[in-house]
Design a protein around this ligand. Sequence first.
Ligand code: NAD
Ligand code: FES
Length: 274
Amino acid sequence: MYKILSKKKLNNDVDLMIIEAPLVAKNTKPGHFIILRVNEEGERIPLTIVDSDKNSVTIIYQKLGYSTNLLGTLSEGDYIFDFVGPLGKAAHIRDVKSVIGIAGGVGAAPLFPQLKEYKRRGVNVDLVLGGRSKDYLLLIDEYKEFCDNIYCCTDDGSFGFKGFVTEFALDLYRTKRYDQAIAIGPLIMMKNVVLLNEKYDLPTDVSLNPIMIDGTGMCGNCRVTIHGKTFFACVDGPDFPGEGVNFDELMTRQKYYEEEEHICNLELMINENS
Ligand code: NAD
Ligand code: FES
């Protein structure tokens, strides 16, 4: 059992939790993730490790389906049944002088440890942070501690530039050049960032989060196609160079699972109320 040391609401949909898990924390590198189960019957939830210290691991989750909403009912002092990790391959921290991170919504969470590591290595780090509105710009204060420049974008214009991160980046590239980009957020955003960056010869790493089951390369559920070859996000990633990722295939599969999840949630609600 893993104790919740603290819990913070970041906005209506998203919470941050610090979990006591010294063995996971000890071996964590940027890009690693954990899989947790809220209780014995619980569905496995994969989440990127956002930060860690000697004793604990920080996770951020969006309350989207039944299981993440169940996780959201837990409070400081409660226990999580299972907390396995670190899983996946550590992100490739490249030997560059400047990097631009581009985060869409909850993608700001998995991006955080990577940008922090680049800065620790003395790299110039800029961030384009996008969200639906001001409340959805995550971790601004934490990013301010090490980023050289932060550019905020909101879809509704409630803070910073009004528009998508791609529109802002297009403007930014007119005056600034970077050696490497990392884009993390919705699949359509990562696809569009990669397409844009290709025009500027700017390589882009992305973090892929297809539905995972075992998280150990056994079930094949998290397969992704890159340059026509199959990879498993749980063991070969989740971070990959974005060029050549078949985003359309991933989006089709994500849509299928979202529809399935919607039906399962409805069934659970009906069963609970009958
Ligand atoms: P969202 O839909 O609110 O979008 C966030 C931002 O992405 C927008 O503000 C905009 O700037 C940008 N964006 C959206 N659509 C775009 C488009 N068509 N072109 C260019 N930019 C666009 O995002 P959200 O609901 O916070 O994010 C949830 C998504 O992020 C989920 O789909 C989830 O799978 C994904 N996610 C990915 C990871 C990962 O590791 N890759 C981690 C967490 C969440
Ligand atoms: Fe089963 Fe990756 S989650 S192979």
